[in-house]
Write a protein that binds this ligand. Structure first.
Ligand code: TXA
Ligand code: MG
Length: 342
């Protein structure tokens, strides 16, 4: 039996399987099996009220998981799936509460990775899969990262890790809520609000940014208040964090910050697009890319590598203050809040 067939069989037996997607590695379980779903929360140390994304073989499966599906969902599915886009829709009544965190919505996506798609087709149904890391920690983008995160967990073992190499996108999918009057981004990702808005020929509200005054006056149904936003664990202020304290530093203050921390006798790790740092035995530097896609693709691997140096501090140069970089800034801001940095 090949690995895909074995993995599908393990899913049917209620076991956990880690598998690659184009964004990050997922920790998968049969989305209809409540006992298997419970194992995901135990293995990750994740609170039970945080909803899970259901991965589907293709968009024809949507009616088994969601109801009142708007035409915009099929429109986006046709253009973006398989791909790094999660759609929030009204849940089907048969969906287990553990998937939805007790809410009346469900997150679904079709991942763009040959191994994920082969597994989904072989399994023939939805696979619930959060990122395959401990709750709040950096998402894994290689099979070795999954092993580091969950491999030693003998109490809640992962039955199999499918190795698909390094993920091509490198940060989690864009989450788009299609249940509100105006589609809105709940988690920024590689697919931006501008791109989705062009595809839909209508306004897509960016994460947290509600409408500008001008848009408000032309918009009959502005997005709901922050208060009513569904829970998105990736939206917690502290998330995606390394164990070493992490600080985001404006580019023009980076050299001074490095200098100050070295003066204090600290060991410093730096992720920045500059060759202009002093050579110093207590300074470790990883070169960041100036291109958003490449920056995102290597972001988590870079943070993991710097975390493994056991420095006193990781300094990251702030990405450009530009909508293209929103997802990178989002993850880094949460990483800084989640690390032990002051
Ligand atoms: O790229 C990805 O989306 C990866 C890969 C494995 O597919 N998965 C991922 O899963 O990032 P996870 O669980 O680490 O993050 C999924 C996010 C969570 O923050 C969760 O709260 C949110 O999706 N989510 C799931 N269902 C939701 C719902 N019904 N309403 C609002 N947010 C939801
Ligand atoms: Mg996650």
């Amino acid at each position: 039996m090949n690995d895909i067939a074995r993995a599908a069989q393990l899913l049917r037996a209620g076991e956990l399987i880690a598998f690659p997607t184009e964004t990050v590695y997922g920790l998968g379980a049969d989305a209809r099996n409540t006992t298997a779903l419970t194992k995901i929360f135990a293995a990750k140390g994740r609170p039970a009220d945080h909803p899970l994304i259901v991965h589907l073989p293709d968009a024809t499966h949507l009616p088994q998981w969601a109801i009142d599906i708007p035409p915009s969902a099929y429109q986006l599915a046709q253009t973006c799936w398989p791909g790094p886009l999660t759609l929030i829709l009204k849940r089907h009544p048969d969906v287990p509460d553990l998937i939805t965190g007790g809410q009346d919505t469900i997150g679904v996506r079709v991942p763009d990775h040959p191994i994920a798609l082969a597994l989904l087709r072989e399994f023939g149904s939805g696979i619930a899969a959060p990122s395959a890391n401990k709750f709040g920690h950096i998402s894994p983008t290689t099979a070795a990262h999954v092993e580091e995160e969950l491999g030693r967990n003998t109490e809640h073992p992962v039955a199999m890790i499918l190795d698909g190499g390094a993920c091509s996108v490198g940060i989690e999918s864009t989450i788009l809520d299609l249940t509100s009057a105006t589609p809105r981004i709940l988690r920024p990702g590689a697919l931006s609000a501008a791109t989705l808005s062009t595809m839909l020929h209508s306004l897509v509200a960016d994460q947290k940014i509600t409408l500008t005054e001008k848009e408000k006056t032309t918009q009959l149904n502005p997005p709901d208040d922050e208060q009513t936003l569904p829970r998105v664990s990736g939206s917690l202020a502290a998330h995606y964090a390394p164990r070493t304290p992490l600080k985001l530093v404006p580019v023009d203050q980076l050299n001074a910050a490095v200098h100050n921390h070295l003066q204090l006798g600290q060991r410093i790790a730096v992720l920045a697009l500059t060759h202009d740092l002093p050579a110093h035995p207590r300074l470790i530097h990883r070169l960041a890319s100036a291109d958003f896609s490449q920056f995102a693709q290597s972001l988590y691997a870079n943070l993991r590598a710097l975390d493994a140096e056991h420095c006193d501090l990781i300094l990251v140069a702030q990405p450009p203050n530009d909508k293209t970089w929103l997802a990178a800034t989002d993850r880094l801001t949460r990483a800084a809040a989640g690390s032990k940095s002051e």
